[in-house]
Every structure is written in structure tokens, then in C-alpha cells.
Unconditional design. Structure first.
Length: 192
């Protein structure tokens, strides 16, 4: 399946846009888990830093140096904060134009991936099981397919030969209607 890289300035005109969906990670359980990790680690390491550095009492049976404690605290709290930041800016954008499907999984894709209608043999909208089929949501790969998902359990599969691209969606009906309309326009223009 052909996937061309296209910059924002190379996108078709806005008036040709038939469908656009921007999805972000908004699952409450995910944000709750990440915030809980940061809070718990801040309390634990905050206690250790106050006890060892301010009150000069060793923290633990085999205390680490003050600098080591600070570096480990920054690392232990910093990694979840960086992960939270990545989740907050990550988005899956799907655009349908008469020329094809354009997807971008920002920040992992700075350019859109354009999949022309000619390079797709079959398009199927369906319910899927992201955890069982791909090990969860996100940008995923298994031996014959790529999956671009954020949440939910609806997708559109773009198939060609034994390969497929799976696009997660929250609005399967609207997306499929737009795909059908775009293909009608594309193939009627091509036959002229």
C-alpha cells in the first residue's frame, strides 16, 4: 500500500475536505494513573529529601548520597511527567479528500501520510479489539499491518494484498460515508 509523506502546505484545499477527525488521549483512567504515579513518587521522594537533606537523618538502611537521592528523585518523577506531556500533545488526525486519506499521528509523524484511493483494494469499517489484536492503543505494528489508534473499539481497515492499515475512529458511520463520497468523486473525475 502506497503511503506518501505530505507536509501541511501540500494538503489539498480546505474546501475539498470531506471529513476531519482529531482524536486525543482523553481516557480518565489513563490520566488518573499517571497523576497518581507522579503524586505518590513526589510524596515518597519528597519525604526522603526532606529527611535526609534538610534534617540530616539518613533515609533508609543503606542511604544513598544526597546528590544521588536528588538525581533519582528527578528521574523517578521526571519520566512520568514526560510521559504525561507526550500523551497531552499526541493526536491522531484523519482527513478525507477526493484524492485519498491523509493521516498524521503527531508528534511521531510531523508530516501527513497520504494514502491514494488507487493504492487501496478494500476498505472495511468494523469493531475491533485493540488489546487482543495490537496490544493496546497507540501507533502499533504487527507482521502485516500498522494500527493508528487512540481510544475506543471502532476502526477502518485499509487493505491491499496481505497488508493493512487500521485507523481508529470515534465516528465510524461518518467516516465511512465520507470515504464512499470521496471515492465516488475520485473515480468519476478519473473516468472523464
Amino acid at each position: 500500500m502506497q503511503c506518501l509523506k505530505v507536509s501541511t502546505t501540500e494538503l489539498p484545499k480546505d474546501e475539498d475536505l470531506l471529513y476531519q477527525e482529531i482524536q486525543k488521549f482523553t481516557q480518565y483512567w489513563l490520566w488518573g494513573l499517571l497523576i497518581a504515579i507522579v503524586v505518590i513518587e513526589s510524596i515518597v521522594f519528597g519525604y526522603g529529601i526532606v529527611k535526609q537533606i534538610i534534617f540530616k537523618e539518613p533515609w533508609g538502611d543503606k542511604p544513598i548520597s544526597d546528590l544521588g537521592l536528588i538525581l533519582i528523585a528527578v528521574w523517578a518523577i521526571g519520566i512520568p511527567v514526560i510521559i504525561m506531556y507526550l500523551f497531552s500533545i499526541t493526536s491522531l488526525e484523519t482527513r478525507i479528500y477526493p484524492s485519498g486519506i491523509y493521516i498524521r499521528y503527531f508528534p511521531f509523524h510531523l508530516k501527513y501520510r497520504h494514502i491514494p484511493w488507487d493504492s487501496i483494494e478494500e476498505i472495511v469499517g468494523r469493531k475491533y479489539r485493540p488489546i487482543i489484536e495490537y496490544g493496546g492503543w497507540g501507533l502499533r505494528w504487527n507482521f502485516n499491518s500498522w494500527a493508528y489508534t487512540v481510544s475506543g473499539n471502532h476502526c477502518v481497515e485499509l487493505r491491499k494484498g496481505g497488508k493493512k492499515i487500521v485507523l481508529g475512529t470515534q465516528r465510524l458511520g461518518k467516516l465511512m460515508t465520507s470515504v464512499n463520497r470521496a471515492q465516488e468523486i475520485y473515480f468519476s473525475d478519473k473516468s472523464l
